[in-house]
Design a binder for this molecule. Structure first.
Ligand code: AMP
Length: 283
C-alpha cells in the first residue's frame, strides 16, 4: 500500500490507473479508523480495481472552539487497518498542501447546509463540500463512498455533484453500529464509561421512532415528542436537535410520508454525537 502526500503525485497515480482502464474508488476520511470506515473501504474494494483512502483532518470544516486540535489521530494504526482492508493507496496531505496561503475559493450548497447540523455548525458543510470538491479533483475516482451515519453530508455531496457536474458516482453505505446500537464514531473515544452507556439512548430513540411509524403514527411532532421524552430520561445527554425531514429536500416533514430522515445531534460529556435513521413511510 502506498502513502502519497503530494497532490501532483496523487493525481498522476490515479490518472495512470484510469488510463489502464481500472475502476477507481475513493473513500474520504479524517482517520482514526473504526469498523464504519472499514465498511466503506470494503465496499470500494468489492467494486473497484484501485482503492484510494484519503486521510485528512480538514480544518475548514471545524468551527472556532470545536475539536480540531484534539481530534483523535493514530496514523500507524490507520495504515495497518487500511492495509488489512485491501486499500491500495492512502492520500495523506499536510494542511498546507491542501490549503496554500491566501486560499480563497469555497464551495457552498446553500440552504441544505444551514439546517440540522448546519444550523449550529456554521460553515461546517462549506468546509466539507470544499474539501470533497478538492479531493474529487485530486483523485478523479469513478466512485466515492460515504457513510449514511453522516446523512446530511451525503445529501450535500450528492447535491454538489449534481449541481457542479462532477463526474463521480456517490455511493452511500449503511451506518455501522456497536453491539448496543451506538453508531461508531471517532468521537466516541471522548466518552467516559457512564457517558458511553447513556449515549445508547440516541439509537434507542431512533428505534422508538421507527416502531411508532411502523405502528401507524404519521405526525412527525408526536414521534419527535416521544423521542425527546425518552432522551430526557438520560441526564448525561443534552440534545441539540431531534428532527424529521424529507430526504428529498431536507425540508421539515410535518406529516411523515415517503423517504423521511429522522436525525439528531446531542452533547454527551465533551462529545458531540449525531445519528439518524432513514424511513420509507408508506402513505
Ligand atoms: P470521518 O472520518 O468521521 O469523516 O468519516 C469518514 C467516512 O466514514 C464518512 O463518509 C462517514 O460518514 C463514514 N462513517 C463514519 N462513521 C460511520 C459509521 N458508523 N458507519 C458507516 N460509515 C461511517
Amino acid at each position: 500500500m502506498r502513502i502519497v502526500t503530494s497532490i501532483g503525485e496523487m493525481r498522476d497515480t490515479v490518472r495512470e490507473r484510469r488510463g489502464a482502464g481500472q475502476l477507481v474508488g475513493l473513500v474520504p476520511t479524517m482517520g482514526f479508523f473504526h469498523a464504519g470506515h472499514v465498511s466503506l473501504m470494503q465496499a470500494a474494494r468489492e467494486d473497484c480495481a484501485f482503492v484510494v483512502v484519503s486521510l485528512f483532518v480538514n480544518p475548514t470544516q471545524f468551527g472556532p472552539g470545536e475539536d480540531l486540535a484534539e481530534y483523535p489521530r493514530d496514523l500507524d494504526r490507520d495504515v495497518e487497518m487500511a492495509e488489512a482492508a485491501g486499500v491500495d493507496c492512502i492520500f495523506h496531505p499536510e494542511a498546507r498542501e491542501m490549503y496554500p496561503e491566501r486560499f480563497l475559493a469555497y464551495v457552498e450548497v446553500k440552504e441544505a447546509g444551514e439546517v440540522l447540523c448546519g444550523a449550529s455548525r456554521h460553515g461546517h458543510f462549506r468546509g466539507v463540500a470544499t474539501v470533497v470538491a478538492k479531493l474529487f479533483n485530486i483523485i478523479p475516482a469513478h466512485r466515492a463512498y460515504f457513510g449514511l451515519k453522516d446523512a446530511q453530508q451525503v445529501w450535500v455531496i450528492r447535491r454538489m455533484v449534481r449541481d457542479l457536474d462532477f463526474d463521480v458516482e456517490v455511493v452511500a453505505c449503511p451506518t455501522v453500529r456497536e453491539e448496543d446500537g451506538l453508531a461508531m464514531s471517532s468521537r466516541n473515544i471522548y466518552l467516559k464509561p457512564e457517558e458511553r452507556k447513556a449515549a445508547t439512548v440516541l439509537y434507542r430513540s431512533l428505534r422508538l421512532a421507527g416502531d411508532l411509524v411502523a405502528g401507524g403514527e404519521r405526525h412527525a411532532a408526536r414521534v419527535l415528542e416521544e423521542m425527546n421524552a425518552l432522551i430526557a430520561g438520560e441526564p448525561l445527554v443534552r440534545t441539540e436537535y431531534v428532527e424529521a425531514v424529507d430526504w428529498e429536500t431536507l425540508g421539515p416533514a410535518g406529516m411523515l410520508r415517503g423517504e423521511v430522515l429522522i436525525a439528531l445531534a446531542a452533547r454527551v460529556g465533551k462529545a458531540r454525537l449525531i445519528d439518524n435513521i432513514l424511513l420509507d413511510v408508506p402513505a
